[in-house]
Design a protein around this ligand. Structure first.
Ligand code: NCD
Length: 304
């Protein structure tokens, strides 16, 4: 797929060959990330963040700057009580005058699509409520490919908040384009949305489970997630499931030699600090791969 001038809103718009092509381009970004480049000289990126972010926003900004472009925007931690649609549309119609591409994160599902409908410049979805986080899925796939050598053949567990976690929604779709076996590990209350399970089951074997420990010896990838406290309607429900899965060093005794532990971050209490120093921990490397992935995306959408 030629991404030039295109929006990146949903991982569902990508085929396997689109992703493979993008990953090949991502490989070529590593040298440029180190030396810098003027590939996107003169281009401006606008970041509209209506939700907190550390990695996504800063890695997009860094990616743009390492390619010679520049970035401006806002990173509000609180969203004013704006009406869905109207103010977002006006903001988009404003910032598109100043920039060549918009990167948007918003608490409402569908917000990135809406922004793209209003914008005449490309829009990248950096997280749309609990719905999707396509660029995270791309960097997660890239991490698996780099660390395991290939995605095909892997047995992968997504564990934690599969209901409100947007990264696992996009990642489940993306993984279903490969020959993987997927375990969805969550408390009952936080199971993956049925419409996603139904969709991906058409393509790959999927098993739902609530016990993580018994699965560990089978896994090539364990993808942990944070319970998304801020997305619960009822705080009492959060209390029931908080701390559901906590990976401790002793759990690693039973795992495969090359099993990798991933996490989109931020972590709260899902992965004990002792694991950070083990060869299994890949969540810090994931951030470097995220930078490269976002460089590849910006280069594809904005480059010549
Ligand atoms: C995630 C997000 O914002 O969805 N963070 C990220 O972009 N790496 C995960 C989370 O907040 O738990």
């Amino acid at each position: 797929m030629d991404l030039k001038g295109k929006d990146v809103i949903s991982i569902k718009d990508f085929s396997r060959s689109d992703i493979d092509e993008l990953m090949a381009k991502t490989d070529s970004m590593e040298a440029l990330a180190k030396t810098g480049s003027d590939m996107l000289h003169g281009k401006l990126m606008g970041t509209l963040f209506y939700e907190p972010s550390t990695r996504t926003r800063l890695s997009f900004e860094s990616a743009m700057m390492r390619l010679g472009g520049r970035a401006l925007g806002f990173a509000e931690t609180k969203m004013a009580s704006v009406e869905k649609g109207e103010n977002l549309a006006d903001t988009v119609r404003t910032v598109e005058n100043y920039t060549d591409i918009l990167v948007i994160r918003h608490p409402l599902e569908g917000a990135a699509r809406l922004a793209a409908d209003f914008a005449s410049i490309p829009v990248i979805n950096a997280g749309s409520g609990a719905q999707e986080h396509p660029t995270q899925a791309l960097l997660d796939l890239y991490t698996i490919r780099r660390e395991l050598g290939s995605i095909d053949g892997a047995t992968i567990a997504l564990a934690g908040d599969l209901r409100y976690g947007r990264t696992v929604h996009s990642l489940a779709y993306a993984l279903s384009l490969y020959k993987v076996k997927l375990y969805l590990v969550s408390p009952d209350l936080l199971r993956m949305r049925p419409e996603i399970v139904v969709d991906i089951r058409d393509r790959i074997p999927v098993a739902e489970a609530s016990d993580m420990e018994t699965l560990l010896p089978k896994l090539d990838v364990l993808y942990m997630t944070r319970i998304q406290k801020e997305r619960f309607g009822d705080p009492a429900e959060y209390e029931k499931v908080k701390g559901s899965y906590q990976l401790a060093a002793n759990h690693l005794r039973s795992v495969k030699e090359n099993m990798i532990v991933m996490h989109p971050l931020p972590r709260v209490d899902e992965i004990s600090f002792e694991i950070d120093e083990t060869k299994h921990a890949k969540y810090f490397k994931q951030m470097w791969y995220g930078l490269l992935t976002r460089m590849a995306l910006l280069a594809s959408v904005l480059g010549d």
